[in-house]
Design a binder for this molecule. Structure first.
Ligand SMILES: Cc1cc2nc3c(=O)[nH]c(=O)nc-3n(C[C@H](O)[C@H](O)[C@H](O)COP(=O)(O)OP(=O)(O)OC[C@H]3O[C@@H](n4cnc5c(N)ncnc54)[C@H](O)[C@@H]3O)c2cc1C
Length: 334
């Protein structure tokens, strides 16, 4: 039995590769639902007709350039789970929208990005999944790797490095190399502010990259992303501002609403607002290697801090690579 800790996209990709090689997995996630940073929520009690609308409050979209992930996305599209969103976003300065930039095709999901992780998880043939389970400590004693007191053949930590570091027993000499491998990447925070309006009160757009603004970095039109045209915006807060308010995210909401008004020239105020904190939203840099597997102990790391990060598709690649490496290690022990 291999333990995968983390039920985001890298964790389910890792479990999939292990299962494909005949290795049973126990996947543990501390959230009440899988998905991690591919997070979606349902709007409730907004007093509008948009109650029930799903909104993406973590990753905004995903790209699909890596070959292995491309096949997964094709399958999601065929089954109606993923949809092409757009290849063009607007650009803005603090003064307002200033142009359009084309880029790679971006994909979204009608059921929210979380639904895609849930789909992969639901199709894992030999993975036992437990949500609401926080792993407290991974240690090493008497030649055994131990997860919360239970000896395991191998463990994959599929999550941001600081979260992995927090559960690695710093007193185990055998885990020092892994702890060190969690230390090379800097992570930045953000908050995602969801604003529901009675009507669309902006010039049509899909998404806006906001440059040089002290409050916002990005605004998504969630109705366009979802394909139902609901008047719902999601704004991401400048990491510097977020870093200063990790203990009180709600304090930035007035500034965020003022920035939305300023940049998009809104003609109405939102009727419902919510905020989601992401302490470890994205790695600022990333390792070129796809994942980490310790040379001596069967413990590995995967996330968007690997494979060139910081994207959904690199997290997938990282998790899949770790699953393969652990399977090879268990089949051919050193
Ligand atoms: C606001 C925001 C915007 C983003 N925008 C984009 C974008 O537009 N495009 C893009 O490609 N990427 C984007 N990303 C990045 C993308 O979301 C990530 O690259 C990807 O989702 C990472 O997946 P992961 O599985 O590696 O990690 P995560 O999704 O973080 O999963 C880690 C999981 O581990 C669990 N966990 C942690 N500690 C424990 C523990 N002790 N015990 C049990 N479980 C634990 C967590 O609950 C979580 O579910 C964005 C991220 C954020 C936050």
């Amino acid at each position: 039995m291999v333990i995968v800790v983390g039920g985001g996209i890298s964790g389910v990709a890792c479990a999939g590769e292990l299962n494909a090689r005949g290795i049973a997995v126990e996947l543990l996630d501390r959230g009440h639902k899988l998905g991690g940073r591919m997070a979606s929520r349902v709007i409730r009690d907004s007093g509008t007709e948009y109650d029930g609308h799903v909104v993406d409050i973590g990753a905004s979209y995903f790209t699909a350039s890596a070959e292995g992930f491309r096949a997964v996305v094709d399958d999601w599209q065929v089954r109606g789970l993923a949809r092409v969103w757009t290849d063009s976003f607007h650009l803005a300065t603090p003064q307002g929208v200033a142009g359009v930039r084309a880029g790679p095709m971006r994909y979204a999901a009608a059921g929210g990005l979380r639904s895609l992780v849930a789909d992969v998880a639901s199709r894992l043939p030999s993975t036992r999944i437990t949500s609401n389970h926080s792993v407290e400590v991974v240690s090493f004693a008497n030649d055994y790797l131990i997860v919360d007191g239970k000896p395991v053949a191998a463990v994959a930590l599929c999550m941001p490095d600081p979260q992995a570091r927090a559960i690695l027993d710093s007193k185990s000499p055998e885990l020092q190399a892994t702890i060190e491998a969690t230390c090379g990447v800097v992570w930045e925070p953000t908050f995602a502010v969801t604003a529901v309006f009675q009507n669309p009160c902006w010039v049509p757009f899909d998404g806006v990259f906001v440059n040089d603004d002290e409050i916002l970095t990005w605004i998504a039109n969630d109705g366009s992303r979802r394909g139902d045209d609901a008047p719902v915006l999601v704004a991401h807060v400048n990491p510097v501002l977020a870093a200063g308010h990790l203990a009180d995210p709600a304090a930035v909401i007035p500034s965020v609403l003022a920035a939305l008004q300023r940049i998009l020239a809104l003609t109405e105020q939102p009727v419902w607002v919510d905020i989601q904190r992401w302490t470890y939203a994205k790695p600022l840099n990333a390792w070129a290697d796809e994942c980490y597997l310790d040379g001596d102990v069967n413990i590995g790391l995967a996330s968007d801090a690997w494979a060139g990060g910081p994207r959904v598709e690199t997290a997938w690649q990282s998790g899949a690579a770790l699953g393969k490496r652990i399977a090879e290690r268990l089949a051919y022990p050193a």
